[in-house]
Design a protein around this ligand. Structure first.
Ligand SMILES: Nc1ncnc2c1ncn2[C@@H]1O[C@H](COP(=O)(O)OP(=O)(O)OP(=O)(O)O)[C@@H](O)[C@H]1O
Length: 591
């Protein structure tokens, strides 16, 4: 489907110069004509087929290439450094880190003492350099605990709010440990400075396997991995469906220490033992683990965890991460974990963040489009993500907005990989600051300055154990990340009544306004939501640790009062109404 070719060329997101929008000093940029036909065709590299994002995909992104003549740390490569650590499209830490939950519940063989400063974590010097270049001044709470847990060599299930830095939480300590042991653990790797594929190609035998459910997410995790592998011997690779198989295979053949993968493509490669072996894997990480443990993935996951030549020895550690972890999925995780493992949860499992201003609007089904249009013009234009529940609806709504002169684009699972990458790129760069999407973008995506998430359709509750309120948490978590603020607006009508009780609990927990039409779903009693059953799943009393004054997590310099650290009851997820005011929408932080 090629859309109107009449619209003006791409406008920069520095809105105000072009476009028809309204708002104090800012306008929506002119819609960009979107020619999906240009992105059709094979994903293999074909001469002349170069419109849109590179068809090679993320597998061909530049990585630091080690040379055996380097000592322990490789020399700098300024051009790559700019690409990996440049701030143009990377999230910067916001001013509201103090609102992150500091009440941590841990269960496990021994008490975990969090490492509160990078300097105290005994990290490899090159990883310390990379942390500095990434601008991560202090570890977030989940990072403090995971650094300590990784040193214990035990399996871990970790839950922490959206945008709290879970990716770096596992990457930093694991990569650092491997830097010290690389020569002992790694497979033979070809010398890439004189590489001849026919003569030198090797079998990929990664030490770390990271599995996540979507292509976009693995690409993003791969980016963070490239960053922290900079100037180390560790060579990261990524494989995912829709990306060029040939390029992915050729990259694996050059050697792979860290493999980031979606399950389907990983299994394809696992079926070629001369190309990929999992026998050396020391760490397997499931990102968005509750989704990966869901029924839909069960068969794939069993094959990945114990199929092929997977390392099933004791020296193989499993780490599972998510912002939500429904009970059912926690049970599934227990079945995979070794007997003694750590469970770490920062705040209540599945809680949303007080940095998100949540607004629920009563909108009848037939009025949604008009309401959306009015909503988009009722505030200054900001990067906006709109969630719908079907692919068809995503197409229709995108067309509606585009035809109304708004700079929208869309993604869903039926688009080709290049179309998906093109749409995300346009959204990231701000040429199309409105992205209509299905749940495919609900989890994990970390895009700079998404200021507004709109649930045009609230998530279905009957989809699976990870749908419903859990999906709501992930969707709205695309805004207000790492100390920034944002807004979430959801259109509600009686079709969503099954979600209402859970939704009201979440609003109450975060001190958000419960609209009158949802009053009937308020919990009985003192009106405080009871999340107890979501907080623990064993009869053991979890020990609770509250980090000491941890200083400034990039921008937060308020310091904590001792009262903030008074012991809390096991129900550490005290409704935030008691302490944290709802975040105001601060449009000055937009774009
Ligand atoms: N210590 C830190 N200081 C500053 N920024 C950080 C730090 N750790 C991570 N970040 C940044 O915070 C953002 C969010 O991190 P990340 O995507 O890992 O969050 P997450 O907890 O996995 O979120 P989600 O649950 O939505 O997947 C990223 O842009 C990352 O670069």
């Amino acid at each position: 489907m090629a859309r109107s070719e009449e619209a003006s060329p791409v406008g920069a997101l520095d809105v105000g110069e072009t476009g028809e929008g309204t708002g104090p000093g800012k306008k929506w940029p002119t819609p960009r004509p979107h020619d999906y036909n240009a992105l059709k065709g094979p994903t293999e590299v074909v001469e002349g087929a170069s419109k849109g994002p590179a068809p090679e995909g993320a597998a061909a992104y530049k990585k630091y290439e080690w040379n055996d003549e380097y000592g322990d740390v490789g020399p700098r490569v300024p051009e790559l450094e700019d690409e990996l650590f440049g701030t143009e499209f990377r999230m910067q830490v916001g001013r509201h880190m103090e609102t992150y939950d500091r009440f941590v519940t841990t269960e496990g063989p021994v008490k975990i003492v969090p490492v509160q400063k990078w300097e105290d974590a005994g990290l490899h010097p090159v990883i310390m350099d990379n942390i500095r270049m990434a601008g991560y001044a202090f570890p977030t709470v989940i990072q403090q605990f995971i650094m300590a847990a990784v040193n214990e060599n035990k399996d871990v299930v970790a839950v922490s709010q959206t945008g709290s830095g879970k990716t770096a939480a596992y990457l930093i300590p694991i990569l650092s440990r491997l830097c010290g042991k690389f020569k002992k653990l790694s497979a033979r790797r070809p010398n890439l400075s004189a590489y001849n594929r026919t003569l030198n190609r090797a079998r990929a035998e990664p030490l770390v396997l990271i599995v996540a459910p979507t292509r976009e997410l693995v690409t993003q995790i791969f980016d963070e991995t490239r960053r922290f592998c900079y100037r180390t011997m560790l060579r990261p690779c990524v494989v995912y469906g829709g990306g060029s198989t040939r390029i992915q295979r050729e990259e694996l053949e050059k050697g792979c220490d860290i493999l980031v993968a979606t399950p389907g493509r990983l299994m394809d490669f696992m079926s070629k033992p001369d190309l990929l072996s999992l026998k050396r894997v020391r760490y397997t990480i499931l990102d968005e683990a509750d989704e990966m443990l869901d029924q839909d993935w069960a068969e794939d996951l069993t094959k990945i965890m114990s199929g092929g030549d997977a390392n099933e020895d004791d020296d193989h550690t499993y780490l599972f991460f998510s912002a939500t972890f429904p009970k059912e999925m926690r049970r599934a995780a227990r079945r995979v974990m070794e007997k003694e493992y750590y469970r770490i949860s920062v705040g209540r499992i599945g809680s949303t963040h007080t940095n998100i201003h949540q607004d629920i609007k009563l909108v009848e089904h037939q009025d949604k489009r008009e309401e959306l249009y009015n909503l988009l013009f009722s505030m200054p234009p900001v990067r906006t993500l709109i969630f719908v529940n079907s692919k068809k609806q995503a197409d229709l709504l995108d067309d509606y907005l585009f035809n109304k002169g708004l700079p929208s684009t869309s993604i869903h699972s039926e688009r080709t990989q290049r179309e998906r990458e093109d749409a995300l790129l346009a959204f990231r760069q701000g040429t199309c600051p409105i992205l209509v999407t299905t749940g495919v973008a609900a989890r994990g995506l970390d895009i700079k300055n998404v200021m507004h998430v709109i649930n045009y359709d609230l998530p279905d509750t009957d989809k699976s154990a990870t749908g419903g309120i859990h999906e709501y948490t992930h969707r709205i978590g695309r805004t207000a990340r790492i100390g920034n603020q944002g807004r979430a607006t959801s259109f509600y009508n009686e079709r969503n009544a099954d979600l209402a009780p859970a939704l009201v609990k979440v609003l109450l927990e975060n001190g958000q306004t419960v609209p009158e039409f949802l009053d009937e779903f308020r919990p009985e009693g003192d009106g405080k939501p009871d999340f107890e059953s979501d907080h623990t799943d064993s009869d053991e009393q979890p020990e609770e640790f509250v980090p000491k004054k941890s200083g400034n997590v990039g921008g937060f310099s308020g310091g904590f009062d001792d009262d903030d650290f008074a012991p809390h009851a096991k129900t550490a997820a005290t409704p935030a109404t008691a302490t944290a005011p709802a975040a105001a929408f601060d449009a000055s932080e937009d774009w």
